[in-house]
Design a binder for this molecule. Structure first.
Ligand code: BES
Ligand code: ZN
Ligand code: ZN
Length: 482
């Protein structure tokens, strides 16, 4: 969907009007009597369609970008179902001193809300709405500079495109997106965006001695890949490593998942897919940072060659791992990719994104990512990025008692905790064993198991993949350049 600045009236356009904080008296609301008559109150996400005047009213609790993002997405979802229109039009929404963040919410909401995954629908009418027209007329009566407005439009478009790309990858069924395909997608993005791209195939992964990753991959008919994308501008202010879990399918392995838990496990590649989306966005935004994105692309299957509970694996770091559950495979893949990344790049910050544990979803619910790390700086950065992007996150506090639960009698560490409780934290602590001592305070793990794939629409997200992590990390990286 293309967004353009335009001041004239457009034919066949549906006007979207945000009603802020139930203020029906605002001059933007030209149909006050009608709104009253139909009982429209302007609650958050409440909508009213007026076909006579081609207007769609939607409520938002405030000018906060999160409220507007959600309201705009609800409006977009409703608008796209209407057949008559060829575009949407709207005013500008800013806050005091022409602060553009409300508009960031509005545009992201419209662009993210109009996403749908129709690749596998044999009969599907595409929406006739192709454009969004924004006028400089401002809700808060600020004088909005065209240049500023153009900038928000461009940034929101780049970001939404990256999030929607990530959603497409995650939503793709496992038989159509296995490790080689994920690597091909990364190559394609690299080519289009001018990123460096290195793909490690099976033999090279063996040469790198990634014994933990290779064990997880063994029973699959699809060979694994390790993907390395790099954005290296000349004026880089900082160096950042990003690592993503790219399990193109997680059956659980021999510790097989029950059927009800296996469905949706195509989404176990959400962390890796987000890395690809993030790399696309930052290259298009031209961020003055050196960013390296690594993805461990693997399929966790069963078969005669499957790795087993009781196996002891030798990881790339040299540390030995006793396998007690083959469904705790993400941490095995990440252990080796984290080791590889740290050997390849000396960075200021390291973040990993992974749909790592069901326990994280139990702890925080479906909408919030869990953060585990030791350094104050990366945690602060994530906290700020969370507020700026509208992606919810919360820190999960670790302690030495939990760390002890990973002890193994026969190897250096176990791949699962000996306790049934605190599983999201012990998974993060497992990863921390593969972070070099000098990098300890530079690293944070982000468990996106909750928000990455939700089986209903919520706020700006559709049913299925949300693209979790993309907006969060792009915000963080943007803040690092300031
Ligand atoms: N991919 C799953 C985690 C997951 C669960 C992601 C639900 C999204 C939604 C992960 O590989 C896994 O199976 N973890 C196990 C760990 C356990 C065996 C210690 C889990 O969470 O049950
Ligand atoms: Zn698993
Ligand atoms: Zn998994």
């Amino acid at each position: 969907m293309e967004v353009k600045i335009n001041e004239r009236k457009i034919k066949n356009s549906l006007e979207i009007i945000f009603v802020i904080n139930k203020n029906l008296q605002h001059t933007f609301n030209r149909d006050k009597a009608l709104l009253k008559k139909v009982g429209f109150k302007g609650e958050q996400d409440e909508i009213f369609f007026d076909p006579r005047n081609d207007r769609l009213y939607v409520g938002a609790s405030s000018l906060n970008h999160s409220d507007l993002r959600s309201a705009a997405a609800v409006a977009a979802r409703s608008a796209l179902k209407k057949e008559h229109y060829s575009s949407l039009s709207l005013a500008t929404y800013t806050r005091k001193k022409a602060d553009m963040t409300p508009m960031q919410g509005v545009l992201e909401g419209l662009l993210l809300g109009s996403y749908n995954f129709i690749v596998y629908k044999s009969k599907h009418k595409k929406s006739s709405i192709k454009k969004i027209y924004v006028s400089q007329k401002d809700y808060s009566k600020n004088a909005v500079a065209k240049k500023e407005l153009q900038k928000v439009i461009e940034e929101a478009s780049i970001l939404a495109e990256a999030v929607n790309k990530t959603r497409d990858i995650v939503n793709t069924p496992p038989d159509d997106c296995y490790p080689k395909i994920l690597a091909d997608i990364a190559k394609d993005v690299a080519l289009k965006c001018g990123l460096e791209c290195k793909i490690l195939e099976h033999n090279e992964i063996k040469k790198e001695k990634m014994g933990a990753l290779l064990a997880v991959a063994r029973a699959s008919r699809h060979d694994p890949r390790v993907i390395h994308l790099a954005h290296k501008p000349k004026n880089a202010k900082k160096k950042v490593i990003l690592v993503g879990k790219g399990l193109t399918y997680d059956s659980g392995g021999l510790s097989l998942k029950p059927s009800d838990f296996m469905t949706t496990m195509k989404s176990d590649k959400a962390g890796g897919s987000a890395i690809i989306g993030i790399m696309q966005a930052i290259s298009k935004l031209n961020l003055p940072l050196e960013v390296h994105g690594f993805v461990g692309a693997v399929e966790n299957m069963i078969g005669g060659d499957a790795y087993k509970p009781d196996d002891v694996l030798i990881s790339k770091s040299g540390k030995t791992i006793e396998v007690k559950n083959t469904d705790a495979e993400g941490r095995l893949v990440l252990a080796d990719v984290l080791t590889y990344a740290q050997q390849e790049v000396k960075a200021d910050y390291i973040f990993d994104l992974a749909t790592l544990t069901g326990a994280c979803v139990v702890a925080l619910g479906e909408y919030t990512s869990g953060i585990i790390g030791f350094g104050k700086k990366p945690k602060k950065l994530l906290e700020k990025a969370s507020l700026d992007s509208g992606e919810l996150s919360a820190e999960l506090p670790s302690n030495r008692h939990l760390a002890k639960l990973l002890k193994s009698e026969i190897a250096d560490i176990c791949n699962i905790s000996s306790s049934r409780y605190g599983g999201a934290i012990t998974a993060g602590l497992f990863l921390s064993n593969f972070i070099e001592e000098k990098n300890r305070n530079k690293w944070c793990h982000i468990d996106i198991a909750g928000p990455a794939f939700v089986e209903h629409a919520w706020a700006e997200n559709p049913h299925g993949a949300s693209g979790a992590g993309v907006r969060l990390i792009v915000s963080l990286l943007k803040n690092l350049t300031r």
